[in-house]
Design a protein around this ligand. Structure first.
Ligand code: PLP
Length: 393
């Protein structure tokens, strides 16, 4: 018999009843050190006092009003994002997928307004992930996501990750946009080198194609900059954001330049819940905290410390691990053993990690993880690796 919850997930037999900082308490009372943070969502850890206070205060005042009216909390968050990024304007969604949908629509409308409605082709990359809507799966194109869900939305050209020749051939003055994650998350913490991001910007400038960054997973301070593309010193025309921006409250956004948003006039897009007062009040508090002096530097320092420890683990368990990837606190351990076996062994050590493609496990802790929790995580990963070795023997 089909379970009451549609069985689309491969779930671990674990349920949590409470979270505090980087720790989750399971139903049986066991405490787990959380290096997944809800897959890069709980950017400030669980039950951050300032977020709890903001949410509670807002909940006592006003939860929802329609976008038929001005929403001051939404305006405040939009202004914060505009002040701190390349963007001139922001649309709020409830998820990363919805942000991807709007990004695609914005690109199409841009070319429509420019008098080139046939210019619809968006170049995307193998291993990418933009969500699970029909548009987002067509954008990523991976067999495992699209199989059985056809016919797919047309208008996407999928290129191999890192194939510069194919890229130069594919992006022409008929290309509508290039859409890319500066660091692939689901794809296995695969970082696009700064030179490639710069090269992409140049290619888009030369052809007029819009550059769209998906920073749903790598954004909001995760790499030690507010947004990952800042490391390369380039800016996109459009950017998708979600996950960390809500600190656990469902919230997403599309940020854009005034030029790229030219087609998005009144009536062209909308959402019942997108930009609601609860989500935006929490989002504004998250952005304020992440943008505070010293916060992002601390993410960088914690990331460096964690990475150094991980390099040590790779050296001491060469049969289990192959190398470390990523930037800041968006880290991946490329495995030699099967990554899901490592994730399971980590469960046994009461440590939560997240598998990704390319046989990687992701380590995406709260951005404010305590230094002693990093040390504890390394000790537990060390023991988990020993378990994997013992099981293989
Ligand atoms: C890079 C990227 N884009 C888009 C999405 C989709 O976001 P959501 O699950 O909030 O719809 C994800 C989710 O993992 C993601 O990692």
């Amino acid at each position: 018999m089909i379970p009451a919850v549609l069985p689309t997930y491969n779930r671990a037999p674990l349920a949590f009843t409470k979270g505090e900082g980087s720790w989750l308490t399971a139903e049986d009372g066991t405490r787990y050190l959380d290096l997944g943070a809800g897959i890069a969502v709980n950017a400030l850890g669980h039950a951050h006092p300032a977020l709890v206070a903001t949410l509670t205060e807002q909940a006592g005042r006003l939860w929802h009003v329609s976008n038929l009216y001005r929403i001051p909390e939404q305006e405040r968050l939009a202004e914060l994002l505009v002040e701190n990024t390349f963007a001139d304007t922001v649309f709020f969604t409830n998820s990363g997928t919805e942000a991807a949908e709007l990004a695609i629509k914005m690109v199409r409308k841009y070319w429509y307004e420019k008098g080139q409605p046939e210019r619809v082709e968006i170049v995307t990359f193998e291993g990418s992930f933009h969500g699970r809507s029909t548009g987002a799966i067509a954008a990523a194109g991976a067999e495992k996501m699209v199989k059985g869900f056809g016919p797919l939305m047309p208008g996407f050209t999928h290129l191999k990750f890192g194939d510069h020749d194919a890229l130069r051939a594919a992006v022409t003055d008929r290309t509508a946009a290039v859409m890319i994650e500066p660091i692939q998350g689901e794809g296995g913490i695969r970082t696009l080198p700064d030179a490639c991001l710069k090269g992409l910007r140049d290619l888009c400038d030369a052809t007029g194609a819009l550059l769209v960054f998906d920073e749903v997973q790598c954004g909001m301070g995760r790499t030690g900059k507010l947004f990952a593309h800042e490391w390369a010193g380039v800016t996109p025309d459009i950017m998708m954001v979600a996950k960390g921006i809500g600190g656990g409250f469902p919230l997403g956004a599309v940020l854009a330049t005034e030029g790229a948003a030219v087609g998005m006039t009144a009536g062209s897009h909308g959402s019942t819940y997108g930009g609601n007062p609860l989500g935006c009040a929490v989002g504004a508090k998250v952005v304020e905290i992440v943008a505070e002096d010293g916060f992002l530097d601390a993410v960088g320092a914690k990331g460096a410390r964690f990475r150094q420890g991980l390099e040590g683990l790779v050296a001491s368990h060469p049969e289990v691990f192959e190398g470390v990837r990523g930037q800041g606190l968006m880290l991946g351990l490329k495995c030699k053993a099967t990554n899901t076996d490592v994730v399971k062994a980590a469960y046994a050590e009461h440590l939560l990690t997240v598998p990704a493609a390319d046989n990687v496990i992701r380590l995406l802790p709260a951005l404010n993880i305590a230094d002693e929790d990093i040390a504890e995580a390394l000790a537990r990963l060390d023991r988990a690796a020993s378990r994997v070795k013992a099981d293989a023997a």
